[in-house]
Design a protein around this ligand. Structure first.
Ligand SMILES: [Zn+2]
Ligand SMILES: [Zn+2]
Length: 322
């Protein structure tokens, strides 16, 4: 009786492989470059943060460093969540070209990769979420093999950056057709450098010292990038593992209140998988969603339009049966 189930497994594997080919490009050279960038992205902000914390007994931390850390964190996280995620990946709202450029620059300053690559990876995550083909599931590695919880959390948080194949950029065809975004995308490294240079310069301006320049670079640059990275990688790891699941999404995504503020609203991830195109990810009045609130403010002043939000009836209909 094993033959039919074996052939079923074979068929499923073939389908999964064809999925993987569509969402990734089997290009070893590009994968190698991606791995090198990932290595720098994981290691450099970590080492900078170690230096910042190591210097604390000698330099302390003052209001200028805290202000640079918080303001750069909020701006770059908004670029990622409102720009890279809700606008570019999901088309949850429309906005002006100037705002699209600002969001792309701010998101790029978070040093998470070119917007076109990020969107392509993310559009590969949604259709295969927690199934073979998902670039960063905490349940399966990139080959579709099961992982135990600890290894799974590591894979979804950081490991996938080194293991996943280069995304198929044709998944972001709409962005490739936009010459302005293609240009801003090409200048990615410039935006990353500016993300370090601006807090360093402001640290110098506000304190009038070279130590201020160094402290601005460390806290507004390295520590800020380190924190933004881990907050966003937690969306792949923590909010596919721990938390509530009010909606019957086809994956194992969860809502997690503890990450709502650090991710500026992205951690209502079960809501997001249930309604991926919604500009509001917090769907209840108490679900903190600063990114959604800012979209609403921009809509009220006419800078954002076509804001997609599910109706109360649609939300009710998708609720998991208790
Ligand atoms: Zn997800
Ligand atoms: Zn998404």
């Amino acid at each position: 009786m094993s033959a039919p189930s074996d052939s079923m497994t074979q068929i499923k594997l073939e389908i999964d492989l064809s999925h993987r080919q569509k969402i990734t490009t089997a290009n070893a050279q590009l994968q190698k470059i991606q791995r090198k960038f990932s290595f720098a992205a994981v290691l450099v902000p970590f080492l900078g943060s170690v230096v910042a914390v190591g210097l604390l007994p000698y330099t302390g931390i003052g209001p200028v460093e805290i202000w640079l850390l918080v303001s750069m964190y909020v701006l770059t996280t908004l670029g990622l969540e409102i720009g890279f995620h809700r606008h570019f990946s999901h088309r949850a709202f429309q906005t002006t070209n100037v705002i699209r450029v600002i969001l792309t620059i701010l998101g790029s300053m978070a040093a998470v990769g070119h917007v076109i690559h990020w969107v392509s990876h993310h559009r590969g995550h949604h259709p295969y979420s927690d199934q073979p083909g998902d670039p960063h599931s905490p349940y399966l590695n990139t080959k579709g093999q099961n992982l135990n919880q600890l290894r799974g959390l590591w894979h979804a948080h950081i490991g996938w950056l080194f293991e996943s194949e280069f995304p198929n950029v044709l998944l972001a065809k709409d962005l490739l057709r936009d010459p302005v975004i293609v240009k801003v995308n090409q200048l990615y490294l410039l935006w990353v450098i500016l993300g370090f240079a601006i807090p360093a310069a402001l640290g110098g301006v506000f304190t009038g010292t070279w130590m201020g320049v160094l402290q601005g670079l460390l806290w507004g640059g390295f520590v800020r990038v380190f924190l933004v990275h881990h907050a966003f990688w937690s969306i792949n790891s923590i909010t596919h593992t721990f938390g509530s699941r009010p909606f019957d999404s086809k994956d194992r995504s969860t809502n997690n209140i503890w990450l709502a503020i650090p991710t500026l609203g992205a951690s209502w991830h079960n809501n997001h998988h249930a309604f991926p195109n919604s500009a509001m990810v917090g769907l209840e009045w108490w679900q903190i969603d600063p990114s959604g609130w800012l979209i609403r403010i921009l809509e009220a002043v006419g800078l954002v339009w076509d804001v997609k939000v599910p109706t109360a009836g649609k939300i009710e209909a998708k609720k998991a049966v208790k």
